[in-house]
Design a protein around this ligand. Structure first.
Ligand code: B12
Ligand code: SF4
Length: 343
């Protein structure tokens, strides 16, 4: 972190989705989905709750270039800037923060996400412009970091981060995953423009709509132990669930305020807890949302049964993405530890 950063007292945080669509999807750009980023929305919510002024610039949704995104951040003149980094977006993120720091050398850059959580030290080594890496869930950590910097306190007492001090990289002690998700506020949906988001091209074939789309997580983590999967780097092992009330609140909010026609339950394995699936489906049916919505989920073949599938269909869950991972039993046995191929 730059020396200047420690003297900062202002309280403006800008969270950015660095535009990568063009790079990632080329000619398929118009066909793929552009979804509200829930990690960013969750962090925005806890930072707002802690008294910070938060803004979000989604470069992908706004269809702006890297340079234009930098300009937009400069206009906001924040004290802190942050984004999610996946391995696939590390190079472009590095370029983004180099460009930003050329224009705003005083800004503190805080990043998180699967890539950063898996290799925080290497992230800092490779990207001089990044000041702080959050390892794992950022919801509680971000307000702690902002408070520590604002009060000129050290970062060393904050578990779950990596940062630079006197040209050395410090990694603080491990922070356990958030045990109780019921303490988290509703994701900051109000900071997004719903008009900018849309589902996949194929959603239009069945339901007739690509937008407005809403995204919800009913829990965090996955029941799988697949050794190649990055989800454990951010969420650890196993699944923790939001309360049923939190899930209902999110559905209601998106229906009432965003007027959604497409809903994506983005959990890695939505069907891991069939009891919860039935409760959610019953709620959707009871409220009549199934008549308005086309719903997508992700699942694993060993977590569904015919009764659950029928209930899901009744609740208008029309798209289930099953993880295939590999067609080779040897690889499945080595990496996934269960015999899924025959199914
Ligand atoms: C949604 C999603 C996408 C969306 C992202 C857009 C969007 N607006 O959401 C789309 C469809 C575009 C996408 C694309 C890809 N994805 Co993807 N995606 C996901 C998915 C399913 C959910 C992400 C999410 O919202 N999680 C829930 C939130 C709460 O978690 P989170 O984002 O991790 O945020 C928490 C922490 O990480 C941290 N944090 C996150 N951001 C920040 C920022 C700051 C400042 C701080 C402090 C902390 C912090 O705090 C958050 C709250 O606790 C994850 C799987 C998963 N379970 O996370 C895969 C995942 C992130 N994707 C993955 C991959 C591989 C890809 C692709 C490369 C796939 C491909 N081959 O095309 C592409 C890359 C596209 C590109 N741009 O180059 C991998 C990443 C692996 C890695 N090593 O980085 C994941 C983990 C899947 C997996 N299990 O392996 N993806
Ligand atoms: S089932 Fe999918 S999301 Fe879950 S650990 Fe395995 S690869 Fe990751």
């Amino acid at each position: 972190m730059s020396q200047k950063t420690n003297f900062y007292q202002l309280k403006k945080l800008t969270l950015v989705v660095i535009p990568t669509m063009e790079n990632a999807y080329h000619d398929l750009q118009d066909f793929v989905a552009i979804m509200p980023p829930i990690g960013i929305a969750s962090i925005a919510a806890t930072a707002e709750k802690a008294g910070y002024e938060v803004s979000i610039i989604d470069g992908d949704a706004e269809r702006i270039t890297l340079e234009q995104t930098i300009e937009r951040v400069v206009e906001k003149n924040p004290d802190y800037v942050g984004s999610t980094i996946m391995t696939a977006t590390m190079d472009i993120s590095k370029r983004f923060y180099e460009g930003l720091k050329d224009k705003m050398p005083q800004v503190t850059v805080i990043v998180g996400g699967p890539h950063v959580s898996a290799i925080p030290e290497r992230t800092l080594e490779e990207a001089e412009a990044i000041d702080i890496c959050v390892i794992g869930e950022g919801d509680q950590i971000v307000p702690e970091i902002l408070n520590a910097i604002g009060n000129d306190n050290g970062l060393e007492d904050i578990p779950g981060i990596a940062y630079r001090k006197n040209n050395k990289i410090i990694i603080t002690k491990k922070r356990p995953a958030l045990n109780n998700l019921s303490t988290l506020p509703l994701p900051a949906f109000h900071l997004f423009n719903p008009e900018l988001y849309r589902s996949y091209g194929w959603n239009k074939w069945v339901g007739g709509y690509r937008k407005p789309i809403g995204v919800i997580f009913t829990g965090r983590g996955c029941l799988g132990k697949c050794n190649f999967c990055a989800v454990h780097a951010t969420f650890g092992q196993g699944i923790r669930y939001f309360t049923f009330q939190q899930i209902k609140d999110q559905i209601d909010y998106l229906i009432d305020k965003w007027k959604i026609r497409v809903l994506y339950f983005q959990d890695d394995t939505f069907t891991a807890n069939r009891n919860m699936v039935h409760k959610i489906c019953d709620y959707i049916i009871e409220k009549g949302y199934n008549r308005k919505l086309e719903i997508m989920v992700s699942a694993r073949v060993d977590t569904v049964d015919i009764l659950t599938l029928k209930k899901m269909r009744e609740a208008s869950i029309r798209w289930i993405c099953f993880g295939v991972e590999s067609g080779n039993q040897e690889i499945l046995t080595k990496c996934i530890n269960i015999s899924l191929l025959s199914r």
